[in-house]
Design a protein around this ligand. Structure first.
Ligand SMILES: [Zn+2]
Length: 348
């Protein structure tokens, strides 16, 4: 293995090597830079409570009759809008399905935007014969005879499932009445229960996500500590030698799973930097056209791309990844304070 990987994965890799029952060796290449990079990446999926709240307000439309309805979220645009990775969106939706209360039922992901053209019968005449077409005309945007609509919306209006509607469209296509194309891959779900208190649900979900994140960072730190101990501190007794640290690794791994917290042998991650605040200020001033959250600023400083702040655009700033050695949370706090000064009270 040529990179540091989180401990659980590492153990899996070790198991793989010894699968044939023969003696196998695990070589660990130890590198500070890789540790900083990987530790930063552990923060790439975090989401702020306000974003989760915004997300939930869109998942559950305000209209009271939304129970039982099929809704969709277009993956790419939602990911950019909420600055949440697609995997994180899916994680939250799954939580809403499998948590204490089943708020929704996830359906297979599918393309939801339909672009339709009428071929034989004029649209209005066809609408008189086929109710689906009447609803489509009402619900679609017509540009040069091309009708664009959201499939779940039309299906809800008709009281059918998106699959049933698709089947009807397919029949009309076979008859030569229409042609259509589907686009925009989306998460689809049926709403089973609308949460009564979106704010507290957002708080719960955010707390859970941040616990998962802390756990990943902790794993990373324990792993790095074990490597640091073996390379720098191990007294090479109790079965260890200069190149073989099986014994101390085993002990640290067992302690980790037993919940025993070893002392942090190395404090590589800094908790402050003299230039951090000034750099954040300059960054905000030179990008005053853009809107930031503390997390977004911290990600730039840590060199972590996100859906709303992609590398192709933000990788060009010379602050990109400059503070990977400073704890992400410290950078975020500093960014929060600077943002407060920068935009006044209009901040989260
Ligand atoms: Zn050792």
């Amino acid at each position: 293995m040529d990179i540091l990987i989180v401990k659980a994965q590492k153990i899996e890799e070790i198991g793989r090597a010894g699968r044939d029952g023969r003696l196998s060796y695990c070589h660990l290449f130890y590198d500070d830079e890789m540790y900083f990079k990987l530790r930063s990446l552990m923060y790439s999926e975090g989401v702020d409570e306000y974003a989760v709240n915004k997300f939930l307000s869109e998942v559950f439309p305000a209209d009271k009759s939304s129970c039982g309805k099929i809704c969709s979220l277009i993956k790419e645009s939602a990911s950019r809008r909420f600055d949440m990775k697609e995997e994180v969106i899916l994680t939250v939706l799954t939580r809403l399905e499998l948590g204490d209360v089943q708020y929704l039922h996830l359906l297979p992901q599918t393309n939801v935007t339909c672009v339709l053209n009428f071929y034989k019968t004029p649209a209005v005449s066809l609408a008189q014969k086929i109710s689906a077409i009447a609803v489509i005309l009402k619900r679609s945007e017509n540009r040069h005879g091309q009708h664009t609509f959201d499939l779940p919306t039309v299906a809800n209006d008709m009281g059918v499932t998106p699959v049933e509607l698709t089947n009807q469209l397919y029949d009309l296509k076979l008859k030569g009445e229409i042609t259509y194309e589907m686009k925009d891959m989306a998460y689809c779900y049926r709403i089973l229960e609308v949460p009564t208190d979106l704010l507290s649900l957002s708080a719960d979900i955010t707390k859970w996500l941040s616990e998962v994140e802390s756990c990943k960072v902790r794993k990373m730190d324990v792993m790095f500590n074990a490597a640091y101990f073996a390379v720098n501190l191990c007294d090479k007794m109790n079965g260890c030698s200069s190149v073989d640290h099986t014994s101390c690794w085993q002990r640290i791994i067992l302690d980790y799973f037993a919940g025993i917290d070893n002392i942090d042998f190395c404090k590589k991650i800094d908790q402050s930097s003299p230039f951090l605040w000034a750099d954040i200020k300059v960054f905000l001033q030179s990008n005053s056209h853009a809107r930031f959250t503390p997390r977004a600023v911290a990600r730039v400083m840590h060199g972590i791309a996100s859906p709303a702040y992609p590398y192709t655009i933000w990788g060009k700033t010379h602050f990109w990844g400059r503070y990977t050695k400073i704890d992400f949370k410290v950078v975020m706090e500093a960014a929060k304070e600077e943002l407060k000064k920068f935009v006044g009270k209009d901040i989260l």
